[in-house]
Design a protein. Structure first.
Length: 178
């Protein structure tokens, strides 16, 4: 049995999500994002943003946390994609470095896909920075690299890839078999 579990986030989780967000960004993005962005990350500001997002909630979006011993070790957020009403999007998926390669990311992605499928989304995608080595996780999870774009963020041009799953029902059925 896993020493962790995945569940729907509650407002009280906002600070733990914020801490995980800051820690994972600082681990994943040095040399990719401008130093001033990394230095300027604020747990307090992130906690406020996450609390509002969790409280706002909705029938077609949500936030999940992975926790071990009442500590947030990863999280995911999801909902409708900006591009289409029938396409779901994984907005965020981060797992603390010490908890990677233990199935936490797979569990977060699976439960986010279950929620998206339950809300009527047939397909989904996630945008990932091209220089983020964790992007290969999405390929391992069956995501197909599709559209690319350059985003201007914090004064830097950043290349992003979209990884997509064209049929969530099929993906979930196949995951249930393995």
């Amino acid at each position: 049995m896993n020493p962790w579990r995945v569940r729907k986030a509650q407002p009280a989780d906002a600070r733990g999500i914020a801490q995980a967000y800051v820690d994972t960004w600082r681990a994943a993005y040095p040399g990719i994002l401008p130093d001033r962005v990394m230095i300027g990350l604020s747990v307090d500001r992130q906690a406020s943003d996450w609390r509002r997002q969790i409280e706002r909630g909705g029938q077609r979006d949500g936030v999940l946390v992975a926790e071990a011993e009442r500590t947030v070790i990863g999280f995911s957020s999801f909902g409708p994609a900006a591009a289409g009403a029938h396409v779901g999007e994984i907005h965020t998926l981060y797992v603390l470095t010490d908890w990677q390669e233990q199935g936490v990311g797979r569990a977060l992605l699976t439960q986010a896909f279950e929620a998206l499928a339950g809300a009527g989304f047939g397909s989904a995608h996630i945008w990932v920075l091209a220089d983020n080595p964790s992007r290969f996780f999405y390929e391992a999870m069956g995501g197909k690299r599709g559209v690319e774009r350059d985003e201007q963020l914090w004064g830097a041009a950043l290349r992003e890839y979209a990884y997509g799953w064209s049929d969530l029902a099929v993906w979930l059925t196949e995951r249930a078999r393995t």
